[in-house]
Design a protein around this ligand. Structure first.
Ligand SMILES: [Fe+2]
Length: 312
């Protein structure tokens, strides 16, 4: 992981409160939007944010179109309306790079993060430029993903099992509501024994940016393939489930052919070599263009409270 910032822009304030910040944002909105689609991410330093409701005030005033995290694959908690904890995965676990909800047919254009409690060691929100991934990746891999697309497979339990339940994922207890969500989101679903549901999404893996039309990496292949958890865990899962279609999450090409383990390893290594890890400090807000930038999370020690909101 490189530590230098090559597409993350920084804007420093000398301790503005949230009203001053939102005034600044609204008066400079078109310049900031342009900066974001040119570079990919902007970090604002020196904005006094102490509580989730401060953050809610900021995101409500700079954006009106929010996305609920329905159908999300990361454990997180809604803190206040439109504001979630960034993730509740174990602190010892690094979260691989991904575009938020790229396995869905509807994704947020922007992610807004803020830092209430910085981790004492590591815990950065990792970032990588999706245009740079396309340039640096083995062109055969890019072409194969571009041509075939990607199929994401998830097996969600009904309350007991590995990973998140379907009730938490879809913020409902009602199977009919889940089915309606799946139809709206273009997901094939199949109820299975023990109240499990299998979800299958066929998506593109490379897209053109909505404004600039640049070719960007836009998928969660490495996150959906259990090899990213390490060889030992992957071997354990293979022994436990036998059939990879029963893994909590799995991924293959859109034509049903398998993505080889060697390819997953190459994808992970290439993305890792160009990932940046900007340190979190208190009073920072980070805005990420979700189509231009993949994000992840480094493992960490100590408390960490990063909030996120997803908007268009
Ligand atoms: Fe994420």
């Amino acid at each position: 992981m490189k530590s230098q910032d090559d597409f993350l822009q920084h804007i420093h304030f000398d301790g503005v409160d949230i009203a001053e910040f939102t005034d600044y944002y609204k008066s400079n909105e078109s310049m900031l939007e342009e900066l974001l689609s040119q570079y990919g991410a902007i970090k604002f330093h020196g904005v006094q944010i102490d509580t989730p409701s401060h953050f809610q005030t900021v995101v409500n005033s700079i954006s009106k179109e929010f996305l609920r995290y329905v159908d999300g694959n990361s454990p997180r908690t809604k803190v206040v309306n439109n504001v979630y904890t960034s993730t509740e995965y174990a602190s010892s676990q690094k979260i691989t790079m991904h575009n938020e909800l790229s396995y869905s047919n509807s994704w947020p254009n922007k992610l807004i993060f803020c830092c209430l409690v910085p981790p004492s060691i590591d815990g950065e929100t990792l970032l990588v430029d999706g245009r740079k991934i396309v340039k640096e990746m083995n062109p055969d891999i890019v072409d194969e993903i571009d041509n075939k697309g990607v199929t994401y497979i998830r097996n969600l339990h009904g309350g007991m099992g590995m990973g998140p339940s379907w009730q938490d994922t879809f913020e409902t207890q009602d199977k009919g509501e889940l089915e309606a969500h799946c139809e709206r989101l273009g997901i094939d679903f199949e109820w299975r024994e023990n109240n499990y549901v299998r979800l299958v999404h066929k998506r593109k893996g490379i897209i053109r940016h909505r404004q600039t039309q640049e070719k960007v990496w836009f998928n969660q292949i490495d996150q959906f393939h259990p090899l990213h958890l390490g060889k030992q865990v992957y071997e354990g899962l293979k022994r436990m489930y036998r059939n990879p279609y029963n893994f909590p999450m799995f991924v293959e090409f859109g034509d049903g052919s398998q993505i080889s383990e060697a390819m997953i390893e190459e994808i992970l290594a290439t993305i890792d070599s160009i990932t940046i890890a900007p340190t979190w400090n208190k009073n920072e807000i980070l805005i990420v263009d979700n189509e231009l930038a993949c994000h992840g999370r480094n493992s960490y020690e100590g408390d960490r409270r990063i909030l996120v909101s997803m908007t268009n």
